[in-house]
Design a protein around this ligand. Structure first.
Ligand SMILES: Nc1nc2c(ncn2[C@@H]2O[C@H](COP(=O)(O)OP(=O)(O)O)[C@@H](O)[C@H]2O)c(=O)[nH]1
Ligand SMILES: [Mg+2]
Length: 402
């Protein structure tokens, strides 16, 4: 397997001035996941320096068009990825003062660690920034968000009683869910059916860079509120290598720049060093009961019929039974591991063993080889990005402010 861990700088002088528990925590992530993170980040930076990165004429033009709109709209919704509340900061608003006009929307909150999301929201409050956690795929959640927006609009209009149309600009880096949020607000918002039918839907895609133009969707009447969906913008250069790798893992930078294999290894390093997998211990009992039932069902024609009706294929890795087996395999490999995960070579050995063990639940060809490994990598990444393998927040809240 292609592990090429970077050797990092010498951290011993830094560690000398830190409390012991902080060092333990830091060591666990720094020596393992962090090295993978730097390796991936360095590859992203290298690709960008060769001109095959994310920033092209399209992004430059969009960036100019968006900058012109910023002073003209009533509200700015800066959409960030709740898994990386700091790394997904929008460059064009970096030095923009926090004001009643600006809201930080932490989207994809269903994929982030719940308690860390609360800490992040507390942090933003301390910075005098208004923030709001959303899952664009959840109807009730979007309804609550629309009510919150209406309240903000009422606040803004307190001193201005005109019945003017309100415009809301959705801003953010690629793939944070701006278009998904715009569509949900448009579908759920209180506007007439005719108005809903008249408007185009924004394109939503798992790949970054799919929104090419600024488009407008109506989300409320009396007063009329329109959201402007915009293409995702990243700065031409990102100096922090770890930030590059987090952007790649969460999908803001396209996978082909790094490779799914490296990203899946990075994800496994994060999973192995977290305690999410401990929750899957209870699958031990469920696993044996279910596999007995499944074995019986496999031979009954009704289950085949059911599968056809549900349009599921036995190798579809998103079905519940496969996800359960993947979780159980990950749990078993971590809990039976005899090495020390803070040691880089041990973590590497565990990840390698996990790729081998995952061949069975993920229906990858049994012979070892790149083909099998890339299939496993692609499926693992997909399960991580759809929240089926736990909830991870990759940025930590600056500790001196809490
Ligand atoms: N789990 C989850 N996925 C989301 C959410 N919002 C958007 N997505 C997914 O994230 C991907 C990118 O969404 P898109 O709206 O195209 O992002 P944009 O580039 O910011 O416009 C798509 O696969 C969406 O289905 C969310 O709140 N939760
Ligand atoms: Mg979009």
């Amino acid at each position: 397997m292609g592990f090429v861990l970077l050797s990092g700088p010498n951290y011993s002088s830094w560690a000398g001035s830190c409390p012991p528990e902080e060092i333990d925590k830091w060591m666990a992530t720094a020596t393992g996941a962090s090295k993978l993170a730097r390796q991936i980040g360095a590859a992203v930076k290298q690709a960008a320096s060769k001109g095959i990165g994310w920033y092209g004429p399209h992004m430059a033009a969009a960036s100019r068009a968006i900058s012109e709109r910023i002073p003209m709209v009533d509200l700015l919704l800066e959409v960030r990825d709740a898994r990386i509340p700091l790394t997904s900061e929008y460059d064009l608003l970096r030095n923009y003062p926090s004001s009643a006009r600006r809201v930080i929307v932490l989207n994809k909150m269903d994929l982030a660690n719940r308690s860390q999301l609360k800490e992040w929201m507390k942090y933003f409050e301390q910075q005098n920034c208004i923030s709001y956690g959303v899952n664009s795929h959840n109807k009730d959640n979007v309804k609550e968000f629309l009510n919150f927006l209406q309240a903000r609009v009422r606040d803004l209009k307190k001193n201005n009683h005109s019945n003017d149309t309100i415009t809301v600009l959705l801003l953010g880096i690629p793939n944070v869910g701006k278009s998904a949020l715009a569509n949900s607000m448009h579908q759920i918002g209180r506007i007439s059916a005719a108005e809903k039918g008249k408007l185009r839907h924004a394109t939503v895609s798992p790949h970054p860079g799919e929104t090419k133009n600024i488009s407008s969707l109506k989300i409320a009447s009396h007063p009329s509120i329109y959201v402007l969906d915009t293409p995702g913008i990243l700065p031409p250069e990102i100096h922090d290598v770890e930030a590059c790798s987090k952007l790649a893992l969460t999908g803001a930078i396209r996978d082909s720049l790094i490779g799914e294999m490296e990203l899946a290894q990075y994800f496994l390093a994060i999973l192995n060093l977290s305690d999410q997998y401990k929750k899957w211990a209870k699958l031990a009992t469920v696993s044996s009961e279910v596999s007995f039932i499944e074995h019986k069902e496999e031979h009954s024609s009704s289950s085949v019929l059911e599968m056809k009706q549900k349009r599921q294929f036995p190798t579809d890795h998103t079905q519940d039974s496969i996800v359960r087996d993947v979780r159980w395999t990950l749990f078993e490999t971590i809990s039976c591991f005899d090495g020390h995960l803070e040691r880089e070579e041990d973590l590497e050995r565990l990840i390698e063993a996990q790729f081998t063990s995952l061949r069975t639940p993920l229906h990858a060809p049994l012979e070892l080889g790149q083909d099998a490994e890339s299939k496993i990598a692609a499926k693992l990444l997909n399960l991580y990005r759809t929240g089926r393998l736990g909830h991870y927040t990759l940025d930590s809240v600056p500790t001196n402010t809490l």
